[in-house]
Design a protein around this ligand. Structure first.
Ligand SMILES: *Cc1c(COP(=O)(O)O)cnc(C)c1O
Length: 371
């Protein structure tokens, strides 16, 4: 089955008792035992498993071409489950521009338990020389935030697997519609369902998908059900509902982003545009081999100061100044102010999550703000 069909059917089934076409939300925390003490419905207690969570896990495993998935209450909780499943003393190789929330998590909560080196993963030689005897995980995020850097997933997996290292890819920006890391060799995929999967900026969540039902996956499943950072049934329902339209939304986001990237590139006030779909992107050739399209995220730098850059975002009427991404509405953010004083992000950079508004309206808005 193709991705459009999986997105609609793999997370939903007609309710056998009422024949409701959309799977209902099962709020019950507990499930009745049969006379033999077993659970005839297949569920016992909602921290362990819940029908709505199971549907979300089913659809995500199938969309990514994996064998199983674990859903969490946030993207960060999904990342934390991977870190928590590593043996104490393990070393992680991660991107220097890793999602800041996950980098903060490793550097604070796991500070005394794990070690990590952050580097530019587009440099495969640098990755090889950063590997130590206790390196157990290489974390990939591609395209990345906020400069839309691209990492060669297959290249990293080759290096990792020759040394028995696990590879987990944060696929939040690309989504399985445009990039399937498991088919490129990754062992695990992570998503913030908060972003494109939910797709409407109204539900927080995370998910991990695995290629193999191995010992490491068993540890992750234990972290999920015993630590209990699980999503509520309603949140799972919202994510499943969003996923049904994911392939069509992603095409719209990507088409709009491609047009905005080209518009900005030709604008005299714009210094540079960062979008993996542009031929002049330094890793466009890699992006082209591992992505079927380039997504809805882009950033650009202005010929001007930090204040002039912020002024442009203040003049926009359709782009809301807000963090996060992946919703139907366009958002814009001055990342340097969000990331704080020690950020390496250029102060003249704006990041856009391109929404699904009509493209001419978005470009007209940019045009008046850049005047
Ligand atoms: C948002 C995001 C996360 C974290 O997800 P939360 O739901 O906010 O915890 C992780 N990685 C990427 C790339 C993200 O954009």
């Amino acid at each position: 089955m193709k991705i459009e069909t999986i997105a609609i059917h793999a997370g939903n089934h007609t309710d056998p008792s009422t024949r409701a076409v959309v799977q209902p939300i099962t709020l019950s925390t507990t499930f009745e035992r049969g006379e033999d003490g077993e659970f005839p419905g297949g569920f016992s207690y909602t921290r362990a498993a819940n029908p709505n969570r199971k549907s979300l896990e089913n659809v995500m495993a199938q969309l990514e071409g994996g064998v199983d998935a674990c859903a969490f209450s946030s993207g960060n909780a999904a990342g934390a489950a991977v870190f928590q499943s590593l043996k104490p003393g393990s070393h992680i190789v991660a991107p220097d521009d890793m999602y800041h929330g996950l980098k903060n998590l490793i550097n604070s909560v796991y500070k005394d338990i794990l070690t990590a080196d952050y580097l530019d993963l587009s440099d495969l030689k640098a990755v090889e020389s950063a590997i130590k005897p206790d390196t157990k995980l290489i974390w990939i995020e591609t395209p990345s935030n906020p400069l839309l850097k691209v990492t060669d997933i297959a290249g990293i997996c080759k290096i990792a697997h020759e040394r028995g290292i696990i590879v987990c890819c944060d696929n939040t920006f690309a989504t399985p519609v445009f990039q399937q890391p498991l088919t490129l060799g990754a062992d695990l995929v992570m998503h913030a369902t908060t972003k494109y999967l939910g797709g409407h900026s109204d539900v927080l969540g995370g998910v991990l998908i695995t290629k193999n039902n191995d010992g490491f996956w068993e540890r992750i499943r234990s972290v999920q059900t015993l630590s209990g950072a699980v999503p509520a049934p309603f949140d799972c329902y919202m994510a499943v509902r969003g996923i049904k339209t994911l392939p069509y939304r992603m095409r719209g986001h990507s088409a709009n982003a491609g047009k905005i990237a080209r518009y900005l590139e030709s604008h005299p006030r714009v210094e540079a545009v960062f979008y993996p779909g542009l031929e002049n992107h330094p890793l466009h050739h890699i992006a082209k081999t591992q992505m079927s399209d380039f997504g809805g995220m882009l950033s650009f730098t202005i010929r001007g100061s930090s204040d002039e850059t912020r002024e442009i975002s203040n003049k926009l009427k359709l782009f809301t100044r807000a963090t996060s991404l992946g919703g139907v509405e366009s958002l814009i953010e001055h990342r340097a102010s969000v990331e704080g004083p020690d950020t390496k992000t250029p102060k003249n950079l704006l990041r856009i999550s391109v929404g699904l508004e009509y493209i001419d309206d978005l470009i007209a808005d940019l045009e008046q703000a850049l005047k």
